[in-house]
Structures are given as C-alpha cells and as structure tokens.
Write a protein that binds this ligand. Structure first.
Ligand SMILES: Cc1cc2nc3c(=O)[nH]c(=O)nc-3n(C[C@H](O)[C@H](O)[C@H](O)COP(=O)(O)OP(=O)(O)OC[C@H]3O[C@@H](n4cnc5c(N)ncnc54)[C@H](O)[C@@H]3O)c2cc1C
Length: 256
C-alpha cells in the first residue's frame, strides 16, 4: 500500500510527465495507492493518517518512510527576513546565487531558490550550482563580474520496481521496463568516482545478473540475458560518458 500526501503522484516533481508510467508500474505489482493521505503517526503495528478531514488507521508492521527532507534548523535560524524565504523557509538567492542581504554569502542546492529561474531539489541542480559558486567566488576575489548560474536538467533515471525503471535520457528519449532498468543500472555503475570502482562494480553486477541468476538454467536464456545486460552496460556507459562530458565542459567553460 502506498500513502501519498498529494492528490496526484509525483505532483510538482520534475518527473510529473512520468506519472502514468509510475502508476502503471505500481498497479502491475498490485500496489494499492491511497491519494490525499497525510500520515500523522507511525506506530509499531499501524500508520495513522488523515484523508478528507477524517482520521484513519492502517494496520502495518513494516512501514517505509520516503517523504523527503525538512528545512535544516541551521537554515531556519539564520537572520534572514521572511520576504527572502519561501514557504519552507528556504533562502532566496540572486541569479548569481548570493543572499540579497548578505552578498558575500552564497547558497545553492536544496536550501536555496531563485525567483528568476526556480529549480527542482535535485542533485544534478546542486552539482551545477556548486560549480557556478566556485566560479563566482574566484571572480569576486579577482574583482571580475559575477556570472548568473545556469542549470541544464539532464533527464531522469527512475526506479519503478525490480528490473523495472524508466530512463528519460536528456529529456529526449524515454525507455521503459527492463530496457530502462538495464540502462539506469549501467549508467549509475559507470558514474562511480573512479574507473577501479566502475570496473569492480560492473564485474559484480554482470556476475550477479548473468551467472548467479541463471545458474543451471537454460543456456539460450543465459546467452540472451548476457547480451541484454552487456547492451545495458554499453548504453549506460555512453549515457554516463555524455553526462560527465557535459559536466566537464561546463566546468571548463566556468574556468575560462
Ligand atoms: C530519498 C531521496 C532520494 C533522492 N533521489 C534523487 C535522485 O535520484 N536524483 C537526484 O538528482 N536527486 C535526488 N534526491 C535529491 C538530492 O539528494 C538533493 O537534491 C541533493 O542532495 C541536494 O544537495 P545539497 O548539497 O543541496 O544538500 P545535501 O546533499 O542535503 O547536503 C547538505 C549537507 O550539509 C550537511 N550539514 C547539515 N547541517 C550541517 C551543519 N550544521 N554543519 C555542517 N554541515 C551540515 C549535511 O550533513 C549534508 O551533508 C533525493 C533526495 C532524497 C531525500
């Protein structure tokens, strides 16, 4: 059972366009979705929630909380006026990522927002804004002009279940199901911090997907699976390379 606070899945999320795919994946796995339900308490054997103004109790011994994050108290307690915050208490920054009242202070990522170009709270946004701050700190030190931060969203690799994902690549191409799963997995593996990490984890994954899962099974099935998984790794590696190249290119642009 899935309790969702909003009346729609993925409401206000960068992945809103994938709503029907996500719902379909949940329905396929017989997940009952309860929309408009606000959890009010989690107990050892139940979850309490309100829906349409009524309080309800759901028996459950395993509860998984995935409702995201709250504003950090440090951010909440900063001496920043309410007019320079949003409804969550996050900090308004200028396009150059400075606090309007304290231009010597920069903020980025989940705790900050710009009125001019609001961005979703995603790692890919925080990453790109961090590069913009580095550039602007240097510009400030050298007495040069500061540059407004620009963010390019790269698409989404979303897990929908076991061996089921949707890969929305660069917001141009959408691949679902097992193909999406293989590309998602392959991309993440090839984006690990060092080639040694990439190699070791890819090796383990291939071993797990091909050898362990189909051990003693029919050989044709194993061969087809091997081809599929290797295909996933190759496409994933290409996507990951392109993503890293784009980040590297931006970093180079920032340096120049
Ligand atoms: C369950 C979940 C899944 C997600 N999945 C994705 C995803 O698939 N793709 C994606 O792009 N984004 C995803 N996100 C969002 C992504 O994690 C955030 O957007 C990103 O981490 C924001 O980076 P940040 O640097 O702004 O903040 P954070 O990554 O939260 O970093 C803030 C840091 O500040 C530290 N800190 C806090 N208080 C103090 C203090 N007083 N002193 C010093 N340090 C302090 C914290 O320990 C933390 O390390 C997910 C988020 C959640 C919660």
């Amino acid at each position: 059972m899935l309790l969702n606070h909003g009346q729609e899945l993925l409401k206000g999320d960068v992945n809103t366009g994938l709503r029907s795919v996500a719902l379909e994946a949940l329905q396929k796995r017989s997940v009952e979705v309860i929309l408009g339900a606000a959890a009010t308490a989690v107990r050892p054997d139940s979850v309490e929630y309100t829906r349409d103004g009524k309080s309800q109790t759901l028996s459950a011994s395993t509860v998984i909380w995935t409702a995201g994050t709250a504003t950090n108290p440090l951010i909440k307690n900063l001496p920043i006026a309410a007019e320079h915050r949003d409804q969550h208490g996050y900090l308004q920054v200028t396009p150059t990522l400075q606090l309007p009242d304290f231009p010597e202070v920069f903020a980025a990522g989940d705790c900050a927002f710009t009125k001019e170009n609001p961005q979703p709270p995603l790692a890919q946004v925080a990453y790109q804004q961090a590069a913009a701050i580095a550039h602007n700190l240097k510009a400030l030190a050298l007495g040069r002009d500061l540059k407004p931060s620009t963010v390019h969203l790269r698409g989404t690799l979303m897990k929908l279940g076991i061996e089921d994902s949707v890969a929305n690549i660069f917001d141009r191409l959408e691949l679902k199901g097992e193909v999406g799963h293989l590309i998602r997995q392959g991309t993440y593996l090839e984006m690990l911090p060092t080639p040694v990490h990439d190699f070791n984890v890819t090796k383990e994954w291939l071993n797990d997907e091909i050898v362990n899962r189909y051990i003693g099974g029919d050989e044709t099935k194993t061969a087809v699976r091997a081809l599929e998984v290797v295909g996933g790794v190759v496409v994933g590696a290409l996507v990951a390379r392109k993503l890293l190249q784009m980040l590297g290119q931006e970093h180079k642009d920032d340096k120049s």
